[in-house]
Design a protein around this ligand. Sequence first.
Ligand code: TXA
Ligand code: MG
Length: 332
Amino acid sequence: MSTLRVSADAPDESVIGRAADVIRRGGLVAFPTETVYGLGADALDERAVARIFEAKGRPSYNPLITHVPDLSAARRLSRTWPALADRLGEAFWPGPLTLIVPKADTIPDIVTAGLDSVGVRVPAHPVALALLRAADTPLAAPSANRFTEVSPTTAAHVERGLGDRVEMILDGGPTAVGIESTVLDLTGPRPVLLRPGSISLDALEAVAGPIERSGAVEGEAPRRSPGMVDKHYAPRGELVVFPRARREEMRTAVDAAKGRGLVVGGLLLDTAPPGLDQVMMMPSDAAGYARELYAALHRLDGEGCDLIVVDDVPADPEWAGIRDRLQRAARD
Ligand code: TXA
Ligand code: MG
């Protein structure tokens, strides 16, 4: 495995060329996007895509997002490209939005886990776009972490999780958004939000009209985003979110854990309670918090935290993606 540094603003063509060669030979390249690092392979090469699942330890029922450099390349991945996808693509691409559309026959079933739909996205990162253009093929790319582990926002995170399992890592520095793309399903009569991200629902609805929230209804039928049912984005230690109005419960939990000799970390918005071994003070704005969230979790993991206590984040819409990730990480 080799890690190659590459400027995030003006990626070196020779470095990108080497990465594109790896892709064309059926290999795996981890690369930065604006959200998190992706683990990329040629989406049209079944054997290369199989290696993604192997490297991640990811179950084959979990479909991958296919990345393309522009809207016209995106259209070619779908047999019936919805008009709404054009409007959304024009408004939000390149950017942290994945659209689920009816899939074209050229895309191998392994990419979509046998589904008749495909997730498509144009990432807003010069390195990702340069690689897509140089490789001249769509790239299937999940987040570049082992299955159920925390997504990587730096090349060092990728190295730690997958270092011996990829041919090349392109190091373009820390990612700007920090949480995964918003996933919007356009295959039904109305768009459905499958995964919240950094784009606000208001902004999406301004372009798309009313959007249904997946899982908003209690006891709803099976979710259409298979990846969403699993425990995801989780640190090794137990993560517990505490309402900020009931800070004494956090203090009690910390005391109890310390009494049992556990290593305790905090992901906090307010002053740390006494006794914590590791404290990550988080930004109080949603964009800043999202940018630092996974690096903070990787850090607390690395320090061997058995318990991570977390200040609940605001209920405002711009925190939806962060709330979702914290809830998933906290799930047993
Ligand atoms: O920001 C991101 O989206 C990053 C970067 C690398 O682009 N990628 C990412 O991929 O987060 P991954 O594989 O970790 O998450 C993909 C999500 C999963 O929840 C998966 O179930 C959903 O997208 N998905 C993909 N294709 C789908 C489809 N055809 N139908 C429903 N959900 C789909
Ligand atoms: Mg992932």
